[in-house]
Design a protein around this ligand. Structure first.
Ligand code: ZN
Ligand code: ZN
Ligand code: FE
Length: 756
């Protein structure tokens, strides 16, 4: 029937370019007999379709499924007059087409490519750089827009005839796959020792060297890894020694889920994350006993594991390893190494061999790390595979650069309703990381075509990210309080507005009174906050040194609770530290020399760990807290707690500290003491929330800050607060630690801008 032949125009936005969207539409049209055309535009993809009403309807619903890598954020349907197309075609890109569309993150090799790679008759058999529009490197190889081969690190590789044919064929899986390559025309792989190339098959040789216990530096997607056989204790310890990395867990990579299940428990959520196209490191519970070297993740009941995400990983891991250690190749907290020259030079004292290739990495990115807790993925680090996918905000905001915090730094650029968080930058304490921070800002501004009008930073005067912001000329600057940013970050990813109760628990953040905060209950919205409750201040003897030396916090809490009577306590800690040293610390506290006050919950965890006798020093921040969580055994008991009422509730530490000390002196099991401490915090803060609700009528709680990486605290508070009828909001899209703070900074700055 004539009248049923209609025309429509679809405008689709989101990640729809460079992900095989047009060939997908082309094939869909062919299947449904639809005529018309598809084109890339400045805001996404535009499709004109003509056909019967039914076919048009089913086309419109099928298109929403998209190809695997697409992320559709919006589709509008418009009526058109029938022009009488006689086929369906892919039209040339419209002018300036790629500028404001979203760049795809790097994506793990797809099933089709793996099948081709394993087929001896395929021309890409065993080729470590096989890819297609559904998979392969993206963000890591882009230098500039538009996303075309000359703007990627594939620019030096000229496609052979066969590759070019695939690239030009709309029906082919490699249509416009910019990194398309084959053994004849694409990148290649080589193995070197510290002097020269090792002859023979590079991957076979690398595998047998790993079996013999050697350390191999291996070039990946976002940087180099250092690899050793994870079942070889000697090799693992050697890697620790050479990397000067004492205890922080190493990540693992296994060929298959079946291999992983031999040494770890993969819950359904964990399994889905492992198999996802982003291929993050997933934190799983250890299965005991297991064959993985003890040194991979000492004093910890979890392992960080991932599945292979490049063809090269598959080719290497199929040689019968249960798992390889795959840790970022860097030196003492500097950024991960990305170039071959750098690897040869800087990793010479660590790696025995170098498995390198000639496809350059332009945008460095570490592996992402996720822990599934309470039914959701919780980012510990959001980087490769996720960056630069934006977080969508509830409304448009000005163009801004939010500089993040100091440790685990990420920054964020905003445009419209999108917040683009950077890859993991790291701890801005060394010059190379700071350079990575500033160069990534410039790079992302270019790739996302964003010139910010506002620059946002933390209120901490000494954060390098803050001094960077301060030094920028001719741009409006906004300073945001650390814990306010934490809470609003959680609100932003949950698209919340209005007042909320915020639990901000972390290591340290600069408070409006100059003290170091970190155990805070705020009443906050996107505009401002009131500090409703906090842990009582405790002196931090020696300042930052106390982070590395939790025993100092222990003395601080003990002195506060017992005064000089602490010398009479029967605690293992006090026997380990000689009296002279104890007296010096107490003097530091009483004289207030280099001893800032802190309300940090992270520090309280540290102090408790030392009082229990778990450890007096740590080799990385949060280690003591992690071990406290690790040792927990089930009990419902808890310690007494108390807060002083008033305008601001002051949570007293004495009842908790004396409860713990009493248990330790009685010889109670540290696992029980630890659990009682966790329980205390859960009950205590749930009660405070109830009291705040009574006072204010607020019923929503947002939780943010590094302490929520602790699964017992996170799960416990979600459950306890939900039981009391609260709506609880947590992080699922960005890290709860300082790696997520830039998002909140941006949203607060937008609000301040409008309020002006
Ligand atoms: Zn593929
Ligand atoms: Zn080729
Ligand atoms: Fe923080």
């Amino acid at each position: 029937m004539e009248g049923d032949y209609i025309a429509r125009r679809l405008e689709i936005s989101g990640i729809v370019q460079g992900v095989g969207f047009r060939p997908f539409v082309y094939r869909l049209a062919a299947e449904t007999g639809i005529k018309g055309e598809v084109a890339n535009t400045s805001s996404g993809v535009s499709v004109i379709i003509e056909g019967g009403r039914c076919e048009i309807d089913s086309f419109c619903s099928s298109i929403l499924h998209g190809p695997p890598l697409a992320q559709i954020t919006g589709m509008s349907i418009h009526n058109e007059t029938v022009k009488g197309y006689d086929s369906f075609c892919i039209a040339g890109s419209r002018k300036n087409s790629d500028r404001s569309t979203l760049i795809s993150p790097d994506i793990s090799v797809c099933g089709d490519c793996i099948r081709e790679m394993s087929n001896p008759d395929d021309r890409r058999h065993n080729y470590p750089f096989i890819n297609c529009t559904n998979c392969g490197p993206r963000y890591s190889i882009i230098a500039d827009l538009p996303y075309d081969r000359p703007n990627t690190s594939m620019k030096g590789f000229r496609m052979c005839n066969e590759c070019q044919k695939e690239f030009d064929d709309p029906a082919n899986r490699r249509f416009h796959a910019q990194p398309n390559a084959c053994p004849r025309c694409g990148p290649g792989i080589k193995l070197y020792d510290n002097n020269s190339e090792v002859p023979g098959d590079a991957i076979e040789a690398a595998a047998s060297l790993l079996k013999k216990g050697h350390i191999i530096a291996l070039k990946g997607i976002g940087g180099f890894h250092l690899a050793v056989d994870a079942e070889n204790s000697r090799a693992v310890m050697l890697l620790r020694q050479r990397k000067h990395r004492e205890e922080r867990p190493f990540a693992l990579m296994s060929y298959s889920l079946k291999d992983i299940q031999r040494f770890a428990f993969a819950t359904p959520e964990g399994e889905a994350l492992l198999k996802s196209a982003q291929r993050p490191v997933v934190i799983l519970e250890k299965r005991n006993p297991n064959s993985i070297a003890q040194g991979v993740s000492p004093s910890n009941n979890t392992l960080g594991v991932m599945l292979p995400y490049t063809p090269l990983h598959y080719l290497l891991l199929r040689h019968g390893f249960t798992a390889l250690v795959m840790t970022s190749a860097n030196i003492s907290n500097e950024p991960i190494v990305i170039s071959n020259e750098e690897a040869f030079k800087r990793l010479a004292g660590i790696a025995d061999y170098f498995l390198v290739h000639d496809r350059d990495i332009y945008n460095r990115s570490d592996d992402s790390v996720i822990r599934p807790v309470a039914g959701a993925a919780r980012f510990i680090r959001r980087s490769r595979g996720y960056v630069p996918t934006p977080v969508f905000l509830r409304q448009d905001v000005p163009r801004m650069l939010a500089c993040g915090a100091e440790l685990k730094n990420t920054f964020c650029l905003t445009k419209g309703n999108k917040a683009f968080l950077s890859q993991h930058i790291g701890d801005l304490e060394n010059a190379p990381t700071y350079d990575f921070f500033t160069s990534s800002i410039e790079q992302m501004k270019k790739l996302l075509d964003i010139t910010p009008d506002i620059i946002v930073c933390d209120q901490h005067p000494n954060y390098l990210s803050s001094t960077y912001a301060q030094s920028q000329q001719g741009i409006r600057k906004v300073h945001v309080q650390h814990h306010h940013a934490h809470i609003v970050s959680c609100m932003a990813e949950n698209t919340l507005e209005g007042k909320i109760i915020g639990l901000a628990f972390d290591g340290l953040g600069y408070g409006t009174d100059g003290a170091m905060w970190g155990g805070e209950v705020l009443i906050a919205d996107e505009r401002s906050f009131i500090r409703k409750a906090h842990l009582a201040y405790a002196p931090m003897p020696g300042g930052a040194v106390a982070i590395r030396e939790p025993w100092r916090m222990a003395i601080s809490y003990l002195y506060r609770t017992f005064g000089r009577d602490l010398f009479g306590l029967d605690l293992p800690l006090l026997k380990e530290i000689d009296e002279k040293r104890l007296n010096i610390i107490i003097q530091t506290i009483t004289n207030k020399v280099n001893t800032p006050n802190t309300s940090s919950l992270g520090r309280l965890f540290d102090g408790i760990a030392a009082i229990i006798g778990l450890r007096n020093t740590v080799s990385y921040e949060g280690q003591a807290a992690m071990e406290l969580e690790t040792i927990c055994k089930d009990t419902r008991e808890s310690y007494d707690y108390k807060w002083s009422n008033g305008e601001t509730f002051n949570v007293l530490l004495e009842p908790i500290i004396s409860g713990v000390v009493q248990d330790v002196t009685k010889g109670a099991d540290p696992s029980i003491i630890s659990r009682k401490f966790h329980n205390t915090l859960i009950t205590l803060f749930t009660e405070i929330c109830e009291e705040v609700r009574t006072e204010t009528g607020l019923n929503r709680v947002a939780m943010s800050g590094g302490v929520f990486q602790n699964a017992i605290i996170l799960k416990g508070l979600i459950q306890a607060l939900s039981e009391k009828g609260f709506h609880v909001f947590t992080h699922r899209l960005v890290p709860t630690n300082d790696g997520g703070i830039c998002l909140g900074q941006a949203v607060i700055a937008a609000q301040m801008h409008w309020d002006r």
